[in-house]
Design a protein around this ligand. Structure first.
Ligand code: GLU
Length: 296
């Protein structure tokens, strides 16, 4: 019998996704530098082990709002423009902080901002893939976020869970780690149902698991809930990557997972040649669950 957890030790190309709520102090909403430092140290250590590493990070809009002390309750004439302006401010701040910490560990980092168009348009997709490839051969860690400043509803992913799985698929990653404010997948929402039990391993992502997804997010910041994580799992596993949902309460969980420890929920890769990512994303965006085309 395969020991999926031990196989994690040999993963070569890893995408780590962290959400806004994991990067800020709950009480003030300001960036938590200590947590960011631990995250960067973990990623640099993976790089020093000779693995390719990508960070998908949220937090731009939240950091931008903080920077201009935005009154959340004020009536905005164009809330979309306000959000995009905050993303423009916050993305630069976020990167400045990351760059500073990465350089302390002698690691070069780069920024890649994407929209759904980057995947759906072939020229854009190939360009992005070439860029990732070059960055890996230079030993650089790409830091990815959605290009919120230009992303309108038509071209947005909307959440970084989906974005991180798309990145994993585009670069042929063999592992995606989603750091979350929850331990992993439960059979029901453990915040409202004390009977809910924890799921350690998902070998096949069938409908019974997909029904366990709840679209709420516990933290009130960020956009991901369990349903976007299950969408991410479908993309990642179909494209040949294992995916782990793990609790970001202690970010050092990254190296514990890489040591093969049984933490979080592991979704095992099930490569599916018929899986068409651009079509899947289109269906998802149109309000379906992207499911039909999987066996088309
Ligand atoms: N891209 C958004 C940001 O950086 C967050 C999206 C998400 O939380 O999933 O603020």
């Amino acid at each position: 019998m395969r020991d999926y957890r031990q196989e994690i030790r040999d993963k070569k190309r890893i995408v780590v996704k962290i959400g806004s709520s994991s990067l800020q102090h709950e009480a003030t909403g300001e960036l938590d530098y200590i947590r960011m430092d631990v995250l960067v140290r973990e990623l640099c250590n993976l790089r020093n082990q000779g693995r390719d590493v990508v960070l998908v990070t949220s937090g731009a809009i939240a950091a931008g709002k903080k920077a201009v002390r935005l009154d959340q309750n004020a009536p905005f004439q164009n809330p979309m423009a306000v959000k995009q302006a905050c993303a423009a401010i916050g993305q630069a701040r976020l990167m400045m902080t990351y760059q500073k910490i990465f350089s302390e560990y002698n690691q070069v980092a780069a920024q890649i901002l994407m929209t759904r168009f980057t995947v759906e348009d072939e020229t854009n997709r190939v360009n992005a893939q070439n860029t990732f490839q070059e960055l890996f051969s230079m030993g650089v860690i790409p830091i990815v976020n959605e290009n919120d400043t230009v992303a309108t509803h038509e071209i947005e992913f909307g959440d970084n869970d989906t974005l991180s799985a798309v990145v994993a698929s585009m670069i042929g990653a063999d592992l995606l780690i989603l750091l979350s404010d929850i331990d992993g997948l439960y059979t029901d929402d453990p915040r409202s149902n004390p009977e809910a039990s924890f799921v350690e391993l998902v070998e096949q992502l069938d409908d019974s698991f997909l029904r366990m997804g709840k679209s709420s997010t516990g933290s009130g910041v960020g956009t991901g809930g369990m349903s976007t994580k299950l969408t991410a799992a479908r993309i990642a596993t179909s494209c040949g990557a294992d995916m782990i949902i793990a609790n970001s309460a202690d970010i050092r969980i990254i190296h514990r997972l890489m040591d093969g420890r049984n933490l979080g929920t592991l979704f095992v890769a099930r490569p599916d040649d018929a899986f068409d990512l651009p079509v899947f994303l289109k269906r998802l965006h149109e309000g379906g669950d992207g499911k039909e085309e999987q066996h088309a």
